[in-house]
Design a protein around this ligand. Sequence first.
Ligand code: GLA
Length: 688
Amino acid sequence: MSADTRTAAPVTPAAPETRAADPALAARFWANAGGIAFGGDYNPEQWPREVHAEDLVLMKEAGVTLLSVGIFSWALLEPREGEYDFGWLDEVMDNLAGAGIKVALATATAAPPAWLVRKHPEILPVTADGTVLGGGSRRHYTPSSSAYRRYATGITRVIAERYKDHPALALWHVDNELGCHVSEFYGDEDAQAFRDWLARRHGTIEALNDAWGTAFWSQHYASFDEIQPPRVAPSTLNPGQQLDFQRYSSWALIDYYRALLAVLREVTPHVPATTNLMASSATRSMDYFDWARDLDVIANDHYLVAADPDNHVELAFSADLTRGIAGGRPWLLMEHSTSAVNWQPRNRPKLPGEMLRNSLAHVARGADAVMFFQWRQSFAGSEKFHSAMVPHGGKDTRVFREVCELGAALRRLAEVQGSLVESRVAIVFDYEAWWAAELDSHPSADVRYLDMLRDFHGSLFRRGVTADVLHPAADLSGYDLVLVCTLYAVDDGAAANIAAAARRGATLLVSYFSGIVDKHDHVRLGGYPGAFRDLLGVSVEEFHPLPAGGTVALDDGSTGSVWSEQVRLAGAEAPASFTSYPLAGVPALTRHAAGAGTAWYLATRPDAAALDRLVDRLLAESGVAPAAAAAPGVELVRRRHPDGRSYLFALNHGRSEATVDASGRELLGGGRFTGTVAAGGCAVVAED
Ligand code: GLA
């Protein structure tokens, strides 16, 4: 095939309402999965044929059912422009089909080949300071490059045409971790795409001037052509420009995905598609709630921070967020690690049993696939010290034995597939609010968007209470407790949605620096927190952010950090107040009747014990109970089928045996559940 047959993909987006996710394709994918899918990234191009043969034997032994193939194989599939070598991939696909293993086939576009970089250097990413990032690595392209889109859609079409009827093909794996390494692009073509996006968003330049507040500092624009991305500048940039650039940057990546998806839909309308997200506390540049509307099934990658002793709590947050992105439906854990990674400063291996616990934690929280980066540990290249399912030591290793045990465990959990996670608590989460809350020139650099969210999530986690992490506009009608943390920017619709939850009868808690601005980052006037002031029955005149590391005392004996403010009651009562100068006697925690529910306001970041007491109080008021009674250190989550069959996951992160009050069949070990879970062990109870 010659290069001329490549389809040109327009950089102009599809209209936002034409989003592509197809629930029927998702249903077909899960119906064919036959239980909890198990596998990982498979990179056979790094190995000779004999190793491929051994791979098949070991995959069978481990019980592998699904592999992501070809993610970084473009330079081998098309070694020179228009010259293709698919022989090796044909053989791999046929062998996997023969072994009954399904493939999430990649578009191979996550690392452009050297010939393409040489011919079109303008595809390379440019950073805010004008640095052009080079090739020889991966992800060295900007998603708005018209040349890159032409070539990427071209290779995608060639792959789709070749494998469209292949029996192994179960899912398209579009590109890989879009936005990984670089998520904002500042080159000339990006600048033009940004301008086009702004023109579509704002309609007229005057509307943009209003939205950005350009009367300030002589920032007025007479035409869209004058606008640049927020490149490095002498002082702080216009917040509207920064916020819109963040929105645009998220859009540019998913729009690139849509360009590849359009080709896949044309050639294989029957095959579902996804791309692997990186939803966690570490990824903030992409609005995955927006992206979800184009992914048939949601796939997520998650890596533990080895040095964090509570990394299993962060894992739970990531999984709860991923489930929120998936609209509560099952999702794929596309990557995690069997043991150490290679990209943290010090990469410790996972301890015996840790990988099983991590895997089952994802399953407990809605994952119906457990996959790893990668099947076989590379012997060369920059990821050679990253663990894999088959380590350097081969099959006679702890890691491979644990991989086989995991495969067996997942087979025993087949009946869990398709059940939904039970939760009556919603934690509101919004990428746009995250971006806006952490813009520069704010009252305190110590206000980090995730801090209160993670504090509440962690406290609930330790109490065995599962929370759904949801977009502010999500349906909140099924929740008895709703937590709104640092929702600095909120539009009127979302504010009304949150207020309606309280008025309907839920207990609502709003924490400081919420409801301050609208979607343009314009302050809501008349007293903070403008969007929630009436609902909460308070009004705030001035913020008193605390010194670095400083605390403030409260009259209930607790302390607060990071934040305090001049709260005035306007209908609410004050269960706790500040005691120290200059805010002595000023409310720190308030409670207000709101229709059939209540609306609490928290004006500081409480110490851990005070936060736990507050959570206990909110749970009691909202009538939300833990998934079961258990000893401390046990992670508890329940999944339930619509017909009522329920499964209690009890994962013991502690170092001693723990009791769990549940009865039923224990699926992992077989037999009746004994009521205890071994130190570091797991139980999945099909409840009576
Ligand atoms: C990401 C990538 C993989 C691999 C892993 C290593 O998740 O998608 O290709 O690099 O990181 O942890």
